[in-house]
Design a protein around this ligand. Structure first.
Ligand code: PGA
Length: 270
């Protein structure tokens, strides 16, 4: 696992965008060879999306031959609700780039049969050739996508009941009215993300520092589902200084010592 420690959350967004740009360019996608990208929502990746839109507008990257699969979506929330992940992705990313709408996949939380929707999603990922780079954020409780504490580390895409902590954290987006907060979501499983050829996880802010400590310094544990990625052959974690607050000084120094090597991962990008 690589851990790239950057000065601020803005730098995390920029670094992540540069990495995506480089991976797509190096892959050299075309009509017979699509680049398959897994994508998150939330406040953490916003800076990355903004930068990718900028690079696209400056002609530095095209998404014409990119297929995307989002991590999750609320169940039974209208698609045009401002808190739906469909709405988030369209307004923050897809409408600004040249992706073909049929190549941007998001779980349908209003499908008549949610279980079938989840099974079909797994099939669609397989048919696309699997995910080349899955990007994720984490919650302060170490969840990845909606894989709440205690989720199976080999889980697949499924309907999940959201943890009380998550409902409370989300209430601010629903007029602080708990009755309006969706109680269920559709989410890729930890196993689904583990199948990706590479995983990049963005972690910013002091409120995520305990989760980062659990992810990096402690063992694999289903109560901190992000820790599963210790066993992925290619995991790249990007964090800001604030998120390192619970790490040992020795750990921080170790990873900072590798910074020159890490910088090569985004060589020749804007
Ligand atoms: P955030 O959410 O980026 O808004 O902090 C991440 C998550 O809970 O997965």
């Amino acid at each position: 696992m690589r851990l790239v420690i950057l000065d601020s959350s803005d730098r995390v967004g920029e670094w992540a965008a540069k990495y995506v740009l480089k991976r797509i360019r190096d892959f050299n996608p075309g009509p017979d060879k699509y680049f398959v990208l897994g994508l998150p929502t939330g406040s953490t990746p916003l800076g990355m999306y903004r930068k990718l839109v900028e690079y696209h507008k400056n002609g530095k990257v095209s998404f014409k031959y990119v297929k995307t699969f989002n991590m999750d979506e609320y169940a039974n929330l209208p698609r045009d609700h401002p808190e739906s992940y469909h709405y988030f992705m369209w307004h923050n990313f897809f409408k600004h780039i040249d992706i073909e709408p049929e190549n941007a996949h998001i779980l349908d939380g209003n499908a008549p049969d949610l279980k079938l929707e989840c099974e079909n999603y797994e099939k669609k990922i397989k048919e696309a050739g699997g995910v080349e780079l899955f990007i994720g954020g984490i919650g302060p409780d170490g969840h990845i996508a909606f894989n709440e504490p205690g989720s199976s580390l080999v889980s697949r895409t499924r309907v999940k009941t959201l943890a009380q902590d998550t409902l409370e954290a989300n209430a601010r987006f629903f007029e602080n009215d708990m009755s309006k907060v969706p109680k269920e979501a559709l989410t890729v499983g930890v196993g689904t993300v583990m199948d990706a050829r590479e995983v990049m996880i963005l972690i910013t802010g002091a409120h995520k520092s305990f989760a980062l400590y659990k992810a990096i310094e402690e063992g694999v544990n289903h109560m901190w589902t992000v820790s599963a990625f210790q066993q992925h052959p290619k995991t790249l974690m990007l964090c800001d200084e604030d998120a390192t607050l619970e790490l040992r000084v020795k750990t921080v120094k170790y990873f900072k010592g590798l910074m020159e090597l890490h910088s090569k991962l985004i060589a020749d990008t804007p």
